[in-house]
Design a protein around this ligand. Sequence first.
Ligand SMILES: [Zn+2]
Length: 316
Amino acid sequence: MRLLLAFWLATASLLADAHIFVFHRFGDSRHPSTNITLSDLRKHFDYFKNHGYRVVPLSVLVRALRNGDSVPDNWVVLTIDDSYKSFYENGLPVFKEYGYPFTLFVYTKATDNHYGDFMSWAQVREAAKWGELGFHSHTHPHMLSLNTEALKADMQKGMALMEAKTGRRPRYFAYPYGEYDDRVKAVVASFGFEGICNQNVGAVSKGSDPLDLDRCALTGRSNLPAKLRYRHLNAYWISPVAWPAHDTLTDVHVELGPGESAQKAEFYVTGHGWKRVTLHDGVLRLTRPIRLTNSRSRLILKVGHDKINTKLLVKP
Ligand SMILES: [Zn+2]
């Protein structure tokens, strides 16, 4: 009995909010940084299976968020970026074996131009029998470096191809390189997506924005239980909203959303590590200059051990 209780407590403590994971290549040792071996994939899938997690399609999670339903703690969503051939050849059979749904974000130019490492349209259509399709841009650009007109043109071209080749207009989008800001988000959202995925470490709860869903990368080196412990901190970034002038943050302003309260928190900036901070009436305000040293910098506000909200800043 005591053992059962200990097991239940250990399991219960791991269940916290829904989590979206992203994969790229499968069983392809030529690119270790974006690859997961099939034995590591099975190890993670077995973990989900043996610890009470339920793998649901992205559409199910997005629908719950849009309906204002609570999000069960044991939901996991699996996504695949770039539509590499190694997913079709190596990854897909394992997903089928476990019966796990997925969302495949297609890089349309690579598929349409038969780039060597990428799936064909026939393979994309075949994969869609076991999962959902999303869009991952046409040319896989660094979106912040495109002006709004060029960004719209890229989106239009890829969306038209997705519709023509798969017979459906994609309802989900994932940013190339996980890079975005408010302007990029507004352009992408204008295409009517129901869900948009970033690549910020975090989790998804009832308060999450369906057009700004955090996703964690999953590779063989990933500490899966640690990633599953993250919870979503409901918070709004008033400032900064984009890369700051002179590469220097001079006003950090974050407000906790409904249902959140904390006086003590921790604040992370890439290159500066974690620092303790104090909130006043749910508001964090930092005015001491912080120089950003990395052209992709993350700001993370953390309450308690694992409740986080991330702001990504990319130097244009
Ligand atoms: Zn990509």
